[in-house]
Write a protein of this length. Structure first.
Length: 195
């Protein structure tokens, strides 16, 4: 497998792990007798905003998708659909940020609305990532040439990325923080207490 594809798939796996963790905590928070630690939700939503929205999707748009459009006109409808989803995804993150603030302010009310926003975001992104892996990547493998892959790989590996430092240092720390504050058995933090 090409290194660029491996990095892209690895990034999808990290993102999926945080989404799954967010969904599990959201299910736990449906019990009105358990007081959630909202810092855990905020840390996960911050990660979702910082990693896929500011780093992963722009790399796809500016390198993988841009090169693919140059080489194959037949891929245009699919590429444009995925690019439009990046824009829609950014709006959904804002909705998620508002939903967690509203839930924290209204707790124990608002759990169902919060779950709706979380599940909508997770479902949207699983469909998006599935489409990239199952439909776009096979097309890219036949349409792109070596020079394209070198440029894409440099971008995905962080070499051409102005915020590469942020990636190495901050995202690992952020994931560690999520694991540390998410309550057992989802993470390593203390279990949420009954109110
Ligand atoms: Fe994407
Ligand atoms: Fe992606």
């Amino acid at each position: 497998m090409r290194k660029a594809i491996r990095i892209l798939r690895d990034e999808h796996r990290s993102f999926s792990a945080v989404l799954q963790c967010l969904q599990q905590l959201t299910r736990l928070a449906q019990d009105p007798s358990i007081k959630p630690d909202f810092a855990a939700f905020r840390a996960m939503i911050y990660y979702i905003d910082a990693f896929p929205e500011r780093l992963h999707h722009p790399k796809e748009d500016n390198f993988l998708f841009a090169r693919l459009l140059r080489r194959s006109d037949a891929t245009r409808p699919l590429v444009e659909k995925l690019m439009a989803e990046h824009v829609a995804g950014a709006r959904l993150v804002r909705a998620l940020e508002r939903a967690v603030l509203a839930f924290e302010a209204d707790w124990p009310r608002g759990a169902a609305q919060f779950a709706t926003a979380v599940n909508a975001y997770a479902e949207f992104h699983w469909n998006h990532m599935r489409c990239e892996e199952q439909e776009l990547l096979p097309l890219a493998e036949t349409a792109l040439i070596e020079e394209d892959w070198e440029a894409i790989e440099a971008a995905f590996a962080g070499n051409a990325d102005p915020i590469a430092d942020l990636r190495d240092q901050d995202f690992d720390k952020l994931v560690a923080r999520i694991v540390n504050i998410a309550p057992a058995p989802i993470g390593l933090g203390e279990a949420w207490k009954r109110a």
